[in-house]
Design a protein around this ligand. Structure first.
Ligand SMILES: C[S@@+](CC[C@H](N)C(=O)[O-])C[C@H]1O[C@@H](n2cnc3c(N)ncnc32)[C@H](O)[C@@H]1O
Length: 270
């Protein structure tokens, strides 16, 4: 009889990669975020309290520099700029970085520097900062590598948010496309982060921010099409026609039947 499994036997990094593969996840290209930069900015500007909630959980005492990984439209970087001497805002989407620069100019902040870079790129030339943050931006295929990089980039503290639970495609869309119901495999969520950080000998603190991970508000076909293409993968011409017909019949129906309502806020000292 084989030895019973204990937690020490588990390779959480490999398990996360396997979970991503089984859930059908794939690495988003920067073009996906380029295409939604303006809509994302509008949604964040409309509020909802996420940015304020993120900042209210941070401790910036004795900190002068911060690096924001996957900064998106720069809402956090720009809001934090008055409290720090230097901010490095990193993203792989040129359009997102354009919005960040625009926001920084509008706010009159001269201490936000943008860097076009991916999680997966070489970071050896990036400055180590007092604080590293990654807000809603850890959708990578290799989480272990990403957490190690983030940890190396922070002299004092790290703050990130990770998904809680999973999203599920509206089954009536799959029916309209004549696709089989999606296998009910949830994507990996925050619990992997905690286990990986434990293995990295960090002492992560876990809190939750109540904020829905809703789709961008979109009544137009283009926005819906963009989201659908991302979450459903390649669609054939007949499938697009069927989806368009479904959309015309159900203009207000969501792409997701089940969506997350919270973000896990995870922080640790380095
Ligand atoms: C949901 S937005 C979050 C933006 C911002 N951090 C916030 O919380 O408002 C995710 C951001 O992560 C960036 N991102 C996603 N995958 C990335 C990768 N592999 N490398 C660098 N940035 C990435 C996207 O371009 C996008 O700007």
């Amino acid at each position: 009889m084989s030895e019973p499994l204990i937690i020490d036997d588990l390779d959480f990094g490999q398990m996360y990669r396997d979970h991503q593969a089984r859930a059908g996840s794939w690495a988003k290209p920067p073009e996906y975020w380029d295409a939604r930069a303006q809509a994302f900015d509008a949604r964040v500007s409309a509020g909802g309290g996420y940015i304020d909630a993120f900042i209210s959980h941070m401790d910036l005492s004795d900190c002068r520099s911060l690096i924001d990984i996957g900064c998106g439209n720069g809402a956090l970087s720009v809001a934090l700029a008055p409290h720090l001497e230097t901010i490095v805002a990193l993203d792989y989407s040129p359009a997102m970085l354009d919005v960040t620069r625009h926001r920084a100019v509008e706010a009159g902040t001269g201490n936000v520097t943008t860097v076009l870079r991916a999680w997966e790129d070489d970071w050896s030339d990036l400055p180590v900062c007092d604080v590293a943050i990654a807000s809603r931006s850890t959708g990578v295929m290799d989480l272990e590598a990403a957490l190690r990089k983030l940890d190396r980039q922070a002299r004092k503290r790290v703050y990130l948010t990770a998904p809680v639970g999973a999203r599920e495609i509206n089954s009536s869309i799959l029916e309209a496309l004549c696709r089989p119901p999606a296998p009910k495999i949830d994507k990996p969520d925050y619990i992997y982060f905690i286990n990986l950080l434990y293995r990295m000998n960090r002492m992560p603190r876990l809190e939750f921010i109540s904020h829905p991970r809703s789709e961008e508000p979109k009544t137009d076909w283009l926005g819906f099409q963009r989201n659908a293409a991302f979450f459903l993968g390649q669609l054939s011409e007949p499938e697009w026609e069927r989806l368009r017909a479904w959309r015309e019949l159900n203009p207000d129906a969501p792409l997701f039947e089940r969506d997350q309502q919270h973000w896990a806020f995870i922080s640790w000292s380095t």
